[in-house]
Design a protein around this ligand. Structure first.
Ligand code: SF4
Length: 341
C-alpha cells in the first residue's frame, strides 16, 4: 500500500544534548512532542520509537500527526515501505567547542557566558543507543552518519574512534562537521577510505574577519589543518571522500568582495576543490520573505558563483538546509549544484 509521509519522520533521527527527535522543526518544540528532556537512557529511545511508529501509522491512515501542525519543514515522500529504516543519523549529543562563532546558538551573549552554559551540560553515552538502533535493524545500508555537535575534533578520542568505526561497520556514509581547530588523526584516517566527507566552516578569507566571527585566534592553525586533511584525500583518493570548505555569509560582517576574494585565494592555496555557501540562519529567518533586504546577500552569492561556477579547480554548491531558497538568487544564470548531498 502506498502512502504519503514525512521523509524526516520515516528516515531520520537526531540526537541532541537533551533531545531526540526526527528533525529540527519548531512545531515539535512548541507542542512538546517526542521527548521533553532526553538524557540518553534506552527507555527514552524505546519511547521515541513508539511515538514515531504511531505518527507513521497516522500518515498511513491519511491523518496528520501532531508534529505536522505548524511544521514548516515537512518533506513529503510517497512510500510503500513498511520497514521505516533510517537513512540519516544525526549525532549532536556533545556541546563542547573551543570556538565561539557568532552565529552559533550557545554563543549568543559573550564568550564567558557561552562557556559557562556549555560546561554545565551533562553528556550522555551515545554508544548503547546506537547499538540498540543497530540491534533493531533500523540502519539502512548507505545511511548518512552525520557528526555535528559539538566540535568533533574535541570529542574524547576513544569515543570519536568508536563512532567512526560504527559508521564504517554499518556501511554508512560519513559526514563530519568541524571548525578545523584541531588536526585529528582519527579524522585523517577515515578520510583515507570511501564515503567520508569532512566539512569545515571557515567563513572568512582574512585573519581579522575570521577573528570577528570565531572569536578565537586560530586562522593560521585552521588553514594549516585544512591543508593537511586535503593532502590525505589527495594521497588516498577514496571514492566520494573529500574536504569541503564552507562560507556562511553573515550580512554586515563577511559579505564583501574583498573577503570572498581572500577566501577563494586561500582555498586555491590549500588545493581545496569543494566550496559550499550558506547564509546565516538567524538572518534567513528574519529576511527570507523581505526582498528589499536581500540585495547585499544576493550580490555576494552571485559573485561567488560568477567566480567559481566555471572554475577548473573548485566546484561550488549551496549548503543543504535552505538550498532551494538560495538557488533563487542565481537561478537565471546557474541551475545545477556541483557537489550534491
Ligand atoms: S511533519 Fe514536520 S515536525 Fe513532523 S517529522 Fe516531519 S518535518 Fe518533523
Amino acid at each position: 500500500m502506498k502512502y504519503n509521509c514525512c521523509e524526516f519522520l520515516l528516515h531520520q533521527i537526531a540526537f541532541y544534548n537533551d533531545k531526540v527527535r526526527p528533525c529540527c522543526s519548531f512545531s515539535i518544540e512548541k507542542n512538546n512532542l517526542f521527548s521533553d528532556i532526553y538524557e540518553g537512557d534506552l527507555g527514552g529511545i524505546e519511547k521515541y520509537l513508539l511515538i514515531r511508529k504511531k505518527y507513521i501509522e497516522m500518515f498511513k491512515n491519511g491523518e496528520k500527526p501532531p508534529c505536522y501542525n505548524g511544521c514548516t519543514l515537512y518533506s513529503n515522500i510517497t512510500s510503500d515501505n513498511d520497514s521505516f529504516k533510517l537513512n540519516n543519523l544525526i549525532i549532536s549529543h556533545r556541546t563542547y567547542c573551543s570556538f565561539s562563532c557568532i552565529y552559533c546558538e550557545p554563543s549568543t551573549g559573550d564568550d564567558k557566558k557561552r562557556k559557562e552554559i556549555i560546561n554545565a551540560k551533562k553528556i550522555y553515552d551515545i554508544k548503547p543507543i546506537l547499538l540498540e538502533l543497530r540491534n533493531c535493524n533500523l540502519i539502512e545500508k548507505g545511511c548518512r552518519f552525520l557528526i555535528c555537535g559539538g566540535e568533533c575534533s574535541e570529542y574524547p578520542k576513544i569515543e570519536l574512534a568508536w563512532l567512526l568505526y560504527y559508521s564504517i561497520s554499518n556501511d554508512c556514509s560519513l559526514l563530519l562537521l568541524s571548525s578545523g581547530v584541531n588536526y585529528s588523526n582519527e579524522i585523517a584516517s577515515i578520510l583515507k577510505i570511501n564515503n567520508s566527507v569532512l566539512k569545515i566552516s571557515v567563513d572568512a578569507g582574512t585573519k581579522d574577519v575570521f577573528y570577528k566571527i570565531k572569536r578565537v585566534d586560530a586562522y593560521d592553525k585552521v588553514w594549516r589543518n585544512i591543508e593537511r586533511y586535503i593532502s590525505v584525500t589527495q594521497k588516498y583518493k577514496g571514492t566520494n571522500s573529500r574536504v569541503e570548505l564552507k562560507y556562511i555569509i553573515i550580512p554586515g560582517i563577511n559579505d564583501t568582495i574583498t573577503e570572498v576574494d581572500a577566501f577563494i585565494k586561500k582555498c586555491k592555496q590549500a588545493e581545496c576543490k569543494y566550496v559550499r555557501i550558506d547564509v546565516e540562519h538567524a538572518w534567513i529567518a528574519q529576511n527570507k520573505y523581505k526582498k528589499d533586504t536581500q540585495e547585499s546577500v544576493s550580490k555576494i552569492i552571485n559573485y561567488f558563483f560568477d567566480k567559481l561556477y566555471n572554475d577548473n579547480e573548485i566546484k561550488i554548491d549551496f549548503e543543504g538546509v535552505e538550498k532551494d531558497w538560495l538557488w533563487d538568487f542565481v537561478k537565471n544564470k546557474y541551475q545545477i549544484g556541483q557537489i550534491g548531498d
